[in-house]
Design a protein around this ligand. Sequence first.
Ligand SMILES: [Zn+2]
Length: 297
Amino acid sequence: MRTMQHTLSNSVHCSGIGLHSGKMVSLTIHPAPVNHGIKFARVDISHRPVIHAHFRQVIDTSLATTISSDGVIISTIEHLMAAFTGMEIDNALVEVDSFEIPIMDGSAEPFTRLFKNVGFRAQESKRCFFVIREPIEVAEDGKSVGIFPCDSFKITYTIDFPHPMLKEQTLTISVENEIFEQEISRARTFGFAQQVDFLKKNGFALGGSLDNAIVIDQSNNILNKDGLRYSDEFVRHKILDFLGDLSLLGMPIIGHVIANKSGHTLNHALLEKVITQTRCWQTSTWPEEDKVSMAAG
Ligand SMILES: [Zn+2]
């Protein structure tokens, strides 16, 4: 785990289709100074409003994570935010010329590749972590997500959809940049053919296609001709989404996340609880050995 704050070594640029608008979106990501965090600037609006990627700015989690400030929104931020968290980038300014981040291939890999192409720069300040000291958990309708004391950052995620291809899948990973890049970043979002048709009829997901999602039909076939990128790609994508949601805390955590059938809405309920349960964590730069075992004990 990186102990110092990091940003990109240089600016990066990409463009792609917006999932909901179906229109081309252009994105430029710039390095940013220490303690800046991740911020989004809408360059298609004359005064270039800036929105901080923080859970207090979240206004909608139904189809994608949407943040807002003074009536200006940025939507579908979760895969890019997962790339920042997974690659341990603390500070960046994202300029975008639309209300949504391009969906690219439905995973975080196009963003991690851009980051790796320019490289990372260590900055002069230490990272500050939420060190979890007591369990924090939320549960609803048979779903749950919690964070438990641990000496590193780990996620155990279980999905169990009522569908033969999505029956119980569980995976535990340690979140560090190389593991994220290899094991999680390439996992794509997924949906059912009839669900995609319904969304399109109602004016959503106009940019959705087999180029940016795994699509499963009624006979349980995967319509993407190259099949899956990992045999358990579905649970890996849920971990990717979780990292995007967790990033909105604004600081990395040291703890073990255990999620069972959780989604964006329950994940955000967990963030709210983390902030209010102040006795369950302490903020710290990278803890010394004895502090970690104290937190773990
Ligand atoms: Zn996703």
